[in-house]
Design a binder for this molecule. Structure first.
Ligand SMILES: Cc1cc2nc3c(=O)[nH]c(=O)nc-3n(C[C@H](O)[C@H](O)[C@H](O)COP(=O)(O)OP(=O)(O)OC[C@H]3O[C@@H](n4cnc5c(N)ncnc54)[C@H](O)[C@@H]3O)c2cc1C
Length: 442
């Protein structure tokens, strides 16, 4: 990219900030436009009185050594390695997650264990259809899948697992098979390949990553409260973006992390009917966090507790102070649960909070008298719903957008993929590298 050209970045979540960070490193000028008054997108840390909590149970997975090194350089001693187990909550008991065969069978009723072993031994190893359900059952058998995986996934994604792509496991199934589980049970010190256990976490909350990226990239180039409403083009290039305040910015090169389908709908002139109709088929899952602030030292030692059973509307719970003690005042803790939803507006959040409070106190995680305060927090566009067969449709939309030679896509929703913070940074680096080499990256 010539030095006289300007890079415009849409969205100030980890993906947009990742592009900005690497642009700064490469000495490229940029302007980042973010709709809200804050950077961080769905990776923020919220302060509530003396407590802090993240917008979801975030951690930096050590999957990319390069990203980890980069973040260590950025956050210095504030980035710590944390070694905390995760658990599955099953009928009032905590089962280690990832599942270990010995642990699972010791916590299940003997009759269920026998059924689980039988269904594992007789499972179809090659599922007829590559659905999440088929792949999970091929790995675990139907009993374990129904107890821990299918119910959890259906709550999270809002669709039956036979209608979901195996990609919703975010690589968890790939690394969770009986061989690795037995190996991990027998050799607990072996480096775990799955995404639980050891991870990295900034001492002041996960949002420190976004803030650090923003500081490095330069706040003067990050414009807040700039909501894009239209993306003008000439069929080959994006020419301008238009904001809700009526202002417009001319575009040389554009990196967009906005939800893929939102970008399609904002194109002016509009795409063909076929493309618009295809975009309508894409859906997102949102989350509401329900937060309990507690006059209590600890609820549980786990990083994350998974609640697969249908009796709970929430999928997971986490205690921020188990990631960093600075997330709550001395002697106190908090417990945050994630409730997936199709429509943030339609939930009766007070009723939901009362119901969940009854369940958590009923199971003895904490008592009503230990609750100091509660709050809600909405996370829009938390997950792109990867229904079965969506890969082809994503390909069509991305191919359609590749006609714009100055458009570069990134982000979890921007690429409609189940990706992670480290992927956002890797994508940012790729886009900047390709821009520097003068190549299109759509
Ligand atoms: C509950 C949850 C838990 C997660 N846990 C982990 C984890 O443990 N580890 C991990 O690595 N990753 C995790 N992730 C995944 C990942 O890091 C996030 O989804 C990440 O927020 C995606 O970054 P993004 O920039 O693509 O999108 P977002 O964070 O959604 O950011 C998009 C930004 O674009 C802005 N925007 C939207 N519309 C417009 C518009 N019209 N004009 C201008 N700006 C606009 C938004 O305001 C937002 O700031 C988790 C995600 C969720 C939801």
């Amino acid at each position: 990219m010539g030095l006289n050209k300007k890079l415009t970045i849409l969205g100030g979540g980890p993906a947009g900030l990742g592009v900005a960070y690497y642009a700064k490193k490469a000495g490229l000028g940029f302007e980042l436009l973010e709709a809200t008054g804050h950077i961080g997108g769905n990776c923020k840390t919220i302060t509530f009185g003396e407590f802090k909590f993240d917008t979801g149970a975030h951690r930096l997975h050590g999957k990319s050594d390069e990203v980890v090194e980069e973040m260590k350089e950025l956050l210095k001693d504030d980035l710590r390695e944390v070694d905390k187990p995760s658990y599955i909550f099953h009928q009032g008991k905590y089962i280690d997650f990832p599942l270990s065969p010995l642990e699972v069978f010791s916590k299940l009723k003997p009759s269920t264990s026998i059924k689980a072993v039988f269904s594992f031994m007789t499972r179809k190893r090659n599922p007829e259809q590559q659905t999440f359900k088929g792949v999970a059952e091929a790995k675990y058998g139907s009993v374990i899948s129904d107890l821990f995986l299918n119910n959890y996934s259906e709550k999270l994604w809002g669709l039956p697992t036979e209608q979901l792509s195996p990609r919703i496991s975010g690589n968890r199934l790939k690394y969770l098979n009986f061989r690795t589980l037995v190996r991990d049970s027998l050799f607990p010190n072996a480096k775990p390949r799955h995404m639980e256990g050891k991870f990295y976490y900034p001492i002041h909350g996960f949002g420190q990553i976004a803030e650090g990226l923003g500081d490095y990239a330069g706040r003067e180039s990050i414009l807040l409260n700039k909501r894009i409403m239209a993306v003008h083009h000439d069929g080959k290039r994006i020419e301008q973006v238009e904001m809700t305040d009526g202002s417009r910015a001319n575009i040389d090169e554009l990196a967009s992390s906005l939800p893929l389908t939102l970008l399609i709908r904002m194109l002016t002139p509009r795409p063909d009917k076929e493309i618009l109709e295809l975009a309508e088929k894409f859906t997102f899952r949102h989350l509401t966090l329900i937060c309990f602030f507690l006059k209590k030292e600890s609820v549980n030692s786990g990083a994350t507790i998974y609640f697969p059973s249908e009796e709970f509307e929430f999928t997971r719970g986490y205690e921020p102070r188990n990631r960093s003690p600075k997330m709550s005042p001395e002697g106190m803790t908090s417990f945050i649960v994630e409730v997936p939803t199709h429509d943030l507006g339609e939930q009766d959040k007070e009723a939901l909070l009362e119901k969940i409070k009854g369940q958590l106190t009923g199971y003895g995680l904490f008592s009503e008298s230990e609750i100091i305060d509660t709050t809600f927090y909405d996370i829009p566009y938390a997950y792109p719903v990867l229904r079965l067969g969506i890969e082809e449709d994503i390909e069509k939309l991305i191919t359609y957008l590749s006609r714009f030679e100055n458009l570069h896509l990134t982000g979890r929703n921007g690429l409609f993929e189940y990706s992670w913070t480290h992927d956002m940074l890797t994508n940012g680096k790729r886009i900047i590298k390709e821009l520097c080499n003068g190549r299109h990256t759509g």
